[in-house]
Write a protein that binds this ligand. Structure first.
Ligand code: GLU
Length: 443
C-alpha cells in the first residue's frame, strides 16, 4: 500500500487538511505501507516555499512522518512526456478560444436552456487554422477529451459512486504558457509513483471521475487505484469549513494551546460513531478504520475539541509536561491544577495565583469571617489535610457552611471565584501568603 497526502503550498494547513493527512497516514501505517508527502505546487503564483516548510512543521507537530516527499515542480519532464502521449493518442487537443469567447458561449447555451458545457469547437479546427494562429503568435492551451461515459468506483467511505462525464466540460490540462494543471499532474504522479490509494475530501468526487478517465487514457488498468472521499467538515453552525476560516488553521489552534493528541484524537473520530480519545497518531492506529466513517458531513465543534484537550491535560503526568510549566512549578503544583485546565497556558496563571501576587479584592462585608480565618490560620507545615481541618473549625465557629463559607475564603486566598480544589492548592499558597491575602481581603 502506498498513500499520499498532497497539499498545495498556497497557505497554511487547516483542520480539514489535517484530517485528510491523518487518515492517509493511519491507513498506510496500519497496513505497514508507505506514506508520501507531495507538494502540489503547479500554481506557481500562489505556491510559496515558506508554506511548504510550514506544512512540514505542522505535520510533524501532529506526529505524522513520511517515507518520501517531493514537489510537483521537480517532475515537469514526466508531465511533458505524459502529455505527449495523450496528444499522440488524440486525448489532448489544442484550443484557442479566449475567456470572453467561452463566457459568451456559456451564456448563449444557458439562454437556450442547455447546460453550459464546452462545445468542443476547437476539435473542428483544421491544421491550417492552427498553424495560422501559431504564426500570429497565439499559443494554444490543451483540453482533455473526456469519454462519453459514466465513471463508477467503489468508494472506501461513500460506497458506490458515479460521475457522469458528458455534462462536464473537457478539462484544461495545459495552460497556454505551457504550465500544467493539478488535475493532470496529480494523475501522472499517482500512476508513476505507484500510489495504490487516494484518500481526500469529498470536494474532489467530480475530480475523481475526471481523473479516472485521464488515468485510463494513460493506460491504467481500471480499479488499480482505490479512492475514498472523506465527507466534508462543517462548522459548528453547519456551514462549510474553508481555508479562509483562520481560526480553524492548525497554527492558530496550536497557538491557542490545543495539544496535538487532542486534535489528532478528535480528527480521527470525527464523522464516526466512535468516542474520541486523545492520542498521538501512533496511539490511534488500532482504533482507526475508514469503515467507521459515516457518509454524511461531520461537524467540527471547537467545544468538543476543547473538552478533549481538557481530558488530555487531566491525565498528563508531570514528567511529560514539566518543560512547559513556569519556573518553580513542581509536581505538587501540577497535580493540584491539571484538573482545572482547558489549556496548558492557564497553568502559568495558576502558578501566579499560587506563588505570586494576585490581585485580592477587599470584602468588607465578610470582614468578620475573614478575621476569624486569619486568627485560626493553622501553623506550618501545610499538607492536604490542612484545608479540611481549618474550614471545619471555621464552620463550627462562624455557623457558616457551603458556599457562604467557601466562596469568601476562595476569593480572599486566590482572588478568583473558581479554581482548583483548595485542599491541594492551599499548601501551594502557604501560611505567609495566605495571611497576607486575608489581610488584604479584610481591607
Ligand atoms: N492538492 C490537492 C488539494 O489540496 C490534492 C488533492 C488530492 O489529494 O489529489 O486539494
Amino acid at each position: 500500500m502506498k498513500l499520499r497526502f498532497a497539499p498545495s503550498p498556497t497557505g497554511f494547513l487547516h483542520v480539514g487538511n489535517a484530517r485528510v493527512a491523518l487518515a492517509n497516514w493511519l491507513v498506510a501505517r496500519r497496513a505497514g505501507g508507505t506514506f508520501v508527502l507531495r507538494f502540489d505546487d503547479t500554481d506557481t503564483e500562489r505556491s510559496k516555499p515558506e508554506y511548504a516548510t510550514a506544512i512540514e512543521e505542522d505535520l510533524r507537530w501532529l506526529g505524522l512522518d513520511w517515507d518520501e516527499s517531493f514537489a510537483q515542480s521537480s517532475r515537469l519532464a514526466a508531465y511533458e512526456a505524459a502529455a505527449e502521449r495523450l496528444k499522440k493518442s488524440g486525448h489532448l487537443y489544442p484550443c484557442l478560444e479566449s475567456e470572453e469567447e467561452l463566457r459568451f458561449k456559456r451564456e448563449q447555451r444557458q439562454k437556450q436552456g442547455r447546460p453550459p458545457v464546452y462545445d468542443r469547437a476547437a476539435l473542428k479546427m483544421t491544421a491550417e487554422q492552427l498553424e495560422r494562429a501559431l504564426a500570429n503568435g497565439k499559443q494554444p492551451y490543451w483540453r482533455f477529451k473526456l469519454s462519453p461515459r459514466t465513471v463508477e468506483w467503489h468508494d472506501g467511505v461513500l460506497g458506490r459512486r458515479q460521475v457522469k462525464l458528458p455534462p462536464i466540460s473537457d478539462p484544461v490540462l495545459i495552460r497556454a504558457d505551457g504550465s500544467f494543471l493539478y488535475t493532470f499532474t496529480s494523475v501522472v504522479d499517482d500512476l508513476e509513483t505507484g500510489v495504490t490509494g487516494v484518500i481526500r475530501g469529498e470536494d474532489h468526487v467530480t475530480n475523481t471521475g475526471v481523473q479516472i478517465d485521464i488515468m485510463e487514457a494513460l493506460g491504467m488498468r481500471p480499479g488499480r487505484i482505490d479512492f475514498a472521499h472523506l465527507p466534508l467538515l462543517t462548522d459548528a453552525d453547519g456551514s462549510q469549513l474553508s481555508k479562509r476560516i483562520g481560526s480553524m488553521g492548525l497554527r492558530q489552534l496550536r497557538r491557542d494551546g490545543v495539544e496535538a493528541p487532542a486534535l489528532c484524537g478528535y480528527l480521527a473520530a470525527l464523522g464516526s460513531s466512535q468516542d474520541p480519545v486523545p492520542g498521538m497518531p501512533r496511539e490511534l492506529l488500532a482504533g482507526f478504520s475508514l469503515e467507521h466513517l459515516s457518509r454524511s458531513s461531520a461537524r467540527f465543534d471547537p467545544t468538543q475539541l476543547l473538552a478533549l484537550n481538557r481530558r488530555y491535560l487531566h491525565g498528563l503526568d508531570f514528567a511529560t509536561v514539566r518543560d512547559r510549566l513556569p519556573d518553580g512549578a513542581d509536581e505538587r503544583f501540577w497535580l493540584a491544577v491539571r484538573g482545572n485546565l482547558d489549556l496548558i497556558s492557564e497553568a502559568r496563571d495558576w502558578h501566579e495565583v499560587a506563588a505570586g501576587t494576585p490581585a485580592i479584592a477587599a470584602q468588607p462585608e465578610e470582614a468578620e469571617l475573614l478575621r476569624l480565618a486569619l486568627d485560626t490560620l493553622p501553623p506550618a507545615p501545610w499538607d492536604d489535610t490542612t484545608w479540611g481541618s481549618w474550614t471545619r473549625a471555621l464552620g463550627a465557629a462562624s455557623g457558616r457552611k457551603g458556599k457562604a463559607l467557601f466562596l469568601p475564603l476562595r476569593r480572599a486566598l486566590t482572588g478568583e471565584d473558581h479554581g482548583p480544589e483548595l485542599k491541594a492548592f492551599l499548601p501551594l499558597i502557604g501560611p505567609d501568603r495566605a495571611a497576607q491575602r486575608l489581610r488584604s481581603a479584610i481591607g
